[in-house]
Each structure stands twice: as C-alpha cells, then as structure tokens.
Design a protein around this ligand. Structure first.
Ligand SMILES: Cc1cc2nc3c(=O)[nH]c(=O)nc-3n(C[C@H](O)[C@H](O)[C@H](O)COP(=O)(O)OP(=O)(O)OC[C@H]3O[C@@H](n4cnc5c(N)ncnc54)[C@H](O)[C@@H]3O)c2cc1C
Length: 462
C-alpha cells in the first residue's frame, strides 16, 4: 500500500470487478485519490468467471462446429474431438493477457490497490487487513455469485455452477442445464458444440425468456435443429444421484438423466456480513438500493454493478462505475436508460437486442400504436455465405421512433452497436433507411429491416 493509515481518499471502492474498477479508473482519471479493495482477482466475475472465459469456450465450440461442417464449404477437414486441456489453455491465455493489461492500467493511473477482504465499517470507511481505509466517498461493488434453488445443493461435481463448468476437466457425455436464461443457453451451446447431449429445463414458457418472444422462438427452432433438447414451462422438482450421474425430476412427472447438472438459475448479490445494513444502507433481498445516480440512502455511499438491482451485465457495471466517479468528481451526469443497454446472448445462434419488446411496447403505447417489421436473414448475402438462419425484428411506435431491435443469427451480437445508436438516438425508420449499409455484410440486414419498416423493402419476400 502506497498510502499510510492517515490518508483520507476521495473514493474508497470495495470490489474490483467491472463496476468497481471502472469507477476507480474514471475517478483517478479525474484527479481523485482512489483506493480499490479486492479480495480475489482484479477484474472480477466478467474477466475470470464470466464474459471472457465463456466467450472463449463458445469460440472453441464454433471452431469445432465449423470443422464438422467444413465439407459443406468444400474444405477437407476431420473433426477428431475436443482436447479440453488445450481448450482451457487457450481460454486461460486470453484471460491472463487481459488480466495483466488491467493490472497495468490500474497501476498506471496511480490507484492504491489493496488486496484483502474488506468490510464497510462506517459511511466513510472500509476495514481491510486490520487497517481502516477512509474516504470522502465509498463505492460498494461487491458483485454477485451463482444462486441455487431452495434445498438444491451444488456439490461442484455432479451438480455444478457456472464457476465449476468453466474449469471442468472433461466434456460431459450428457448434461442437464437447469435454467434457460443467458448463462444456461450459452453453456448448453458450448457443450453441444463439444459433443455432449444437452437438455435444458426452463420453468418459463421460453428459452431466453426476457427477450422478445419472436427471438426466443427462433432460438428454440435453431437449438432443436442442433439437437439441443429442452423442457419449457417445466418446474424442477428435485435431483438425485444415479450410479453414473444425476436424475432430475420435474413437477410434471418427467425425468431427465445425465452425467451432470449445471444450475444456471441466476446470480445473487454479495452483501451479507459486509456491514452494509449496520452503516444504514437500505437493502432489498440482499441488493443495495440506489437512486438513478447510483447513490444509496446514505449520501457518502454509492453502489454499482451486480450488487444493485439493475441488469447484471459487465457493460452496465462499467457505465454505473463511470457515472458514480463523474458525479463524485462534480461533473454533470445523466441517469442511465436501462432499456438502451445492448444485450447479447452469445450462444449459437446469437441473440442480440436493445430497447423494448413488442409486448412491452404494446403495454406502454397501446396495441394500435405499435408497428413491427422483420427481415429474414435468408435474404442477406453474407448470412447465406455463413449458412446462418435468423431474423431481425424492429418495433416502432406508430409514426415515431424505433423502440426495439431484436436480432437472432450467428454473429448478430456484432450488429448491436448500430442497433443501440438507432434506439438511443431515437431514430425514425426513414432516417435509418436513408443510411447506406455495406454489401455484402450482415449489417446490411439491419438496413434492410429499416427499409421494410420505412415502407420500401428491398430484398424482403414478405
Ligand atoms: C458465466 C457468466 C457469463 C457472463 N457473460 C457476460 C457477458 O457476456 N456479457 C456481460 O456483459 N456480462 C456477462 N456476465 C455478467 C458479468 O460478469 C457481471 O455483470 C459483472 O462481472 C458484474 O460486475 P461487478 O463489478 O458488479 O461484480 P463482480 O464482477 O462480481 O466483481 C465483484 C468483485 O468484488 C470482490 N469482492 C466481493 N466481496 C469483497 C470483499 N468483501 N472485499 C473485497 N473484495 C470483494 C469480488 O472478489 C469480485 O472481484 C456473465 C456472468 C457469468 C457468471
């Protein structure tokens, strides 16, 4: 530690994940004196157990699928199988490179980085390693961990969480994925690509249930085609060990057997025993409550990331961390429009969206005030070349702006950048239709969908 115990920092940040380190980097950039306390590894879930390692596995899965399907492109290749140790080496190499870069970045901004488990000791201090670290402001950024269901024990062997799945020493022959949300469908996709038999159990009527129903249905069609099985609207009743693995029972009487079961039913906040309540911070079911400026009811305490009840996404953590740092530094800040946050589920095919669903738009504006248009990727040259199927669906308020963009197809996550500009700049379909999209790109499909919505479809067969 560079500073002695008498130092009063401008900001003390508890937790060095996406939310915490973004706040630290921006605050330091604005000239504030920053202490960043992390008990494990700088970078948190996203870098070590989340976004980055899962996407490396998904990419390895994509390479496996492309090798299997190489003959269809006229390329001779034989898929011999997955070398899981080599996959982990590739994944860990990506993570460790980024980890080193991030450590260097934090050091270069002159942030006081403290390794240790911290506990909030007052509205302006955190105790760590037997020392009291004091600041004018404290930012809570202790993130989240995998949740389970009541009575369902995660043993790390046959019943596992996403943390275990990321370091599994083998490709399971078969797997049950409990939960068809973002994390569940991503692992289902990876394991299927690696050669496992996969069954997803989802209590709600659709996979990726927070997405527009059209996207969920397209994903289900694609997964069915890939041989990924799923039980929808199926409530989990319990799991028992068998000689070779596990048997999950559903409330509808069905049973599914597999080598292991991944529990992917969401993530819960890390807040218990950390002194938050004692300092007077208002909480709800473990989440720290904040206003639209990420400030808690205790004026010196802010909170960001998965610890607060907003979208659990790394880029949301970054944005909240930056917002808090700028507010503390006295800059004018604007609240985040959470509907305008781009969301990508990176399974194969990818599901990407920004804005609101058709159902939500109808609820907000009325059935007769909502217009939609679709563009099928079958009419998009680059998607044909890639042999991917899917669709772009737009939701518009009648005679007004585009309020929802919903995309399904391989690599469609890469299109969400333009989609978020369209939503966040409240673009009219005719304005986007006027912009020229390069041919042949998948991005062109986004342009075509707007041409359709503006009443002048080009390659639409509808
Ligand atoms: C499998 C998986 C895949 C994901 N994929 C994506 C994706 O593709 N895109 C995306 O945007 N998001 C993704 N996420 C979500 C993303 O990882 C989180 O939203 C993000 O990491 C939240 O950042 P955070 O800073 O709030 O919390 P975290 O990243 O959890 O960081 C909190 C940090 O606080 C530390 N900490 C906790 N308690 C203490 C304490 N008492 N003292 C000191 N330190 C402490 C922890 O060690 C941790 O490093 C994924 C998550 C998972 C699990």
């Amino acid at each position: 530690m560079a500073n002695d115990a008498s130092t009063v920092f401008d900001v003390v940040i508890l937790g060095g994940g996406s939310g915490g380190y973004a706040a630290a980097l921006r605050a330091a950039q604005l000239g504030l004196q920053v202490a960043l306390i992390e008990k494990n590894k700088l970078g948190g879930t996203c870098l070590h157990q989340g976004c980055i390692p899962t996407k490396a596995l998904l990419h390895a899965g994509e390479v496996a699928d492309q090798t299997r399907e190489a003959a269809g492109f006229g390329v001779k290749a034989v898929f011999e199988g997955i070398d899981i140790n080599a996959v982990h080496a590739y994944k860990d190499g990506v993570v460790s490179g980024l980890y080193k870069g991030l450590q260097g970045l934090v050091a270069s901004r002159k942030i006081t980085y403290i390794e240790g488990e911290g506990r909030l000791s007052s509205p302006t201090s955190v105790d760590v390693n037997g020392q009291r670290i004091t600041g004018r402001h404290v930012v809570l950024a202790t993130g989240s961990v995998p949740k389970s269901l009541p009575g369902l024990a995660i043993d790390g062997n046959r019943v596992i969480s996403s943390d275990h799945a990321l370091t599994l020493d083998r490709v399971p022959k078969s797997a049950i994925v409990l939960g068809g949300g973002v994390i569940g469908v991503e692992f289902a996709s990876v394991w299927k690509s690696f050669g496992a038999e996969v069954t997803i159990i989802e209590a709600l009527p659709h996979l990726a249930p927070l997405e527009d129903e059209n996207s969920s249905k397209l994903l289900e069609r694609a997964f069915r085609k890939r041989g990924i099985k799923f039980e929808l609207g199926a409530r989990f009743a319990g799991v028992e060990y068998t000689e070779t693995g596990v048997r999950a029972s559903l409330e509808n009487g069905k049973q599914v057997e597999a080598e292991l079961m991944l529990v992917a039913v969401g993530r819960g906040p890390v807040s218990s025993g950390l002194g938050y309540e004692e300092a007077g911070v208002a909480m709800d079911r473990g989440y720290v409550l904040v206003d639209e400026y990420c400030q808690t009811n205790v004026p010196t305490i802010s909170a960001v990331g998965d610890l607060i009840p907003t979208l659990q996404l790394a880029h949301v953590g970054f944005a909240e961390g930056i917002l808090v740092a700028e507010r503390i530094a006295g800059l004018k800040v604007v609240p985040i429009d959470y509907d305008g946050v781009p969301r990508v589920t990176y399974c194969n095919p990818e599901v990407a969206s920004v804005g609101i669903t058709e159902a939500k738009a109808k609820e907000l504006y009325g059935d007769d005030k909502v217009v939609t248009a679709k563009f099928n990727l079958a009419g998009n040259g680059k998607s044909k070349i890639l042999k991917t199927a899917g669709e772009i669906k737009l939701v518009q308020v009648k005679d007004g702006a585009v309020v929802g963009v919903h995309m399904v197809g391989e690599r469609m996550g890469e299109q969400v950048g333009e989609a978020q500009l369209i939503y966040n700049w409240e673009a009219l379909p005719a304005e986007v239709a006027q912009l020229i999209h390069a041919h042949p790109t998948q991005n062109e499909a986004l342009g075509e969908a707007h041409l359709a919505l503006a009443g002048k479809p080009l390659h639409n067969h509808d």
